[in-house]
Design a protein around this ligand. Structure first.
Ligand SMILES: [Fe+2]
Length: 293
């Protein structure tokens, strides 16, 4: 966690490492945060409560309904979900492979996205001999083989960390989508007076001076040398396009769900086993709000 500052507005405080816990911090040990530079910083007001938005970013199964374009690319069925003390959590979803309930319905063919990720890993899709199920392994091998030339040191990372999406959540409302090349940091901050509004903050921190994967979504005009740090860009509320194709789908849906919470028919949420990270979040949240100052 070196290279980042953390602050707390409040009187109840303890040392950061004690708050995060050794086991949780170990999950982040391999990532060279101290070398990363901020290359994107987008902020926008959303018409939703911050907890509602957070829910959508700590579970992955909504992908099949809201982000159908990602169905061939992420296994959200067999996601590993880990809970840690003090409300922190982590989830790992396999990338470039569909959930098994979709595998037999999809044509077993290499998609444009497979080709893109192969090219970025140094594989020529034209001469690639395998099928879509072989792409993950090929990319992992190629990334390892080309790491030194590309200026990366992947020796601290497991194979899965070179390709999968690791979402690490710091309680209460910060997630790190970690990759060896960089990290997407997202936050959902409560509005000071209106519980049905929040400020969404999305930042990309990445290793400067190297080729960076396109899935990181670094703006085309970002200074990839790392010499100038990206300043925050405050997006107009109606500017969904600047959020990118995936987050814009989340952002446009959020206010609709917020409105539905006011329906007479809504008596409260029932969370399934699959939603253990949301259940853990609310258990910790309830513990906090029940504490006396
Ligand atoms: Fe989403």
């Amino acid at each position: 966690m070196e290279g980042m500052d953390f602050y707390l507005y409040g009187s109840r405080c303890c040392p950061l490492l004690e708050y995060l816990g050794a086991e949780f911090v170990a999950r982040l040990d391999a990532y060279p945060f101290e070398q990363m530079k901020r290359m994107s910083d987008k902020r926008q007001e959303w018409d939703a409560n911050w907890k509602l938005a957070l829910e959508a970013f700590i579970e992955g199964y909504h992908l099949q309904g809201l982000h159908p374009q990602l169905i061939p690319l992420a296994d959200t069925y067999r996601t590993q979900r880990d809970v840690f003390p003090n409300g922190h959590s982590a989830s790992i979803s396999r990338f470039l492979i569909p959930s098994e309930q979709y595998a037999h319905r999809l044509n077993a063919k290499i998609t444009d996205e497979h080709n893109l990720f192969m090219r970025e890993a140094g594989i020529d899709p034209v001469t690639f001999q395998g099928g879509p199920a072989d792409v993950r392994e090929a990319i992992i091998k190629s990334k390892r083989a080309n790491a030194k030339t590309a200026g990366y040191d992947f020796s601290m990372f497991d194979d899965e960390q070179l390709i999968d999406d690791w979402t690490v959540k710091l309680f209460p409302s910060c997630t790190f989508n970690t990759h060896p090349e960089g990290v997407l940091v997202q936050r959902w901050l409560p509005h000071p007076t209106d519980p049905e509004k929040l400020t969404y903050i999305s930042q990309i921190w990445a290793l400067p001076g190297r080729e960076l994967p396109s899935y990181m979504g670094i703006p085309s005009d970002a200074d990839r040398s790392g010499k100038s740090i990206r300043k925050p860009v405050y997006l107009d509320k109606n500017d969904l396009e600047s959020l990118g194709p995936v987050i814009s789908q989340d952002a446009s849906t959020m206010p609709k769900i917020q409105k539905r919470l006011r329906s007479d028919g809504f008596k409260g949420s029932i969370y399934s086993e699959q939603e253990i990270l949301i259940r853990q979040f609310y258990a910790e949240y309830e513990r906090y709000v029940s504490l006396e100052d």
